[in-house]
Design a protein around this ligand. Structure first.
Ligand SMILES: Cc1cc2nc3c(=O)[nH]c(=O)nc-3n(C[C@H](O)[C@H](O)[C@H](O)COP(=O)(O)O)c2cc1C
Length: 189
């Protein structure tokens, strides 16, 4: 894996418009399954991924507050959508629209783990979140996560949107895109 200072020369990995990047975890975020396209894009083998914590592909440009929100939602068995920048093994990066969901045991119906469904993020969504995420990371480095959470909620208030509406609008979550995620989700009950 590249060191943080080497990431400045990293390249964006171009993603397929139609291939999903999928992973499943247990309730702690340990990877239990990932599809072939996940392995191809991340640069890790299935052996390296299964059993690894999901932050193996965490990019330092991602604000902590987005993952905080994600875990809070999942613990309440609520889905959450996010635009995520991920880090490949070689130090390159790729932007994905990600839907995080809880999956349940077929018989007991108890939460069993989580599923992440991903596809290439739209360019306009990436362009919109870059300055927001930069600001959030900067605040986190100087003042901590609760200050960045305040900033995020003020930002959303100024947009007159809650988090979900903001993300859905940003990634154009309707029509084909919504059907893509819903279809994928049904395949993984
Ligand atoms: C189903 C599932 C999928 C996840 N996918 C990603 C991902 O693609 N990229 C990522 O950085 N974190 C992902 N996470 C979150 C990580 O588990 C972790 O919370 C995050 O990378 C922050 O890591 P940190 O606590 O070391 O800062 C996922 C978690 C779950 C439950």
């Amino acid at each position: 894996m590249k060191k943080q200072q080497d990431l400045q020369n990293s390249k964006e990995i171009k993603l397929s418009d139609i291939k999903p990047i999928l992973s499943r975890t247990d309730l702690k975020g340990t990877i239990k399954y990932c599809n072939k396209y996940f392995q191809e894009i991340s640069g890790y083998s299935e052996n390296e991924l299964i059993g690894a914590p999901h932050n193996i592909i965490r990019h330092p440009d991602m604000p902590k507050v987005i993952f905080k929100l994600m875990w809070e939602r999942l613990k309440q068995q609520q889905d959450i959508l996010a635009v995520v920048k991920n880090l490949s093994k070689s130090g390159d990066y790729y932007w994905v629209t990600t839907l995080f969901e809880t999956k349940y045991h077929p018989f007991t119906k108890a939460p069993e783990g989580y599923l992440a469904l991903r596809k290439a993020a739209p360019k306009k969504a990436v362009e919109a979140v870059i300055p927001l995420y930069q600001k959030l990371v900067e605040i986190e480095n100087n003042e901590g996560v609760s200050a960045s959470e305040d900033y995020l909620y003020n930002f959303l208030r100024e947009q007159n949107k809650d988090y979900d509406t903001y993300m859905k609008d940003l990634v154009n979550y309707k029509g084909f895109i919504a059907k893509f995620f819903e279809g994928m989700s049904k395949m993984f009950t």
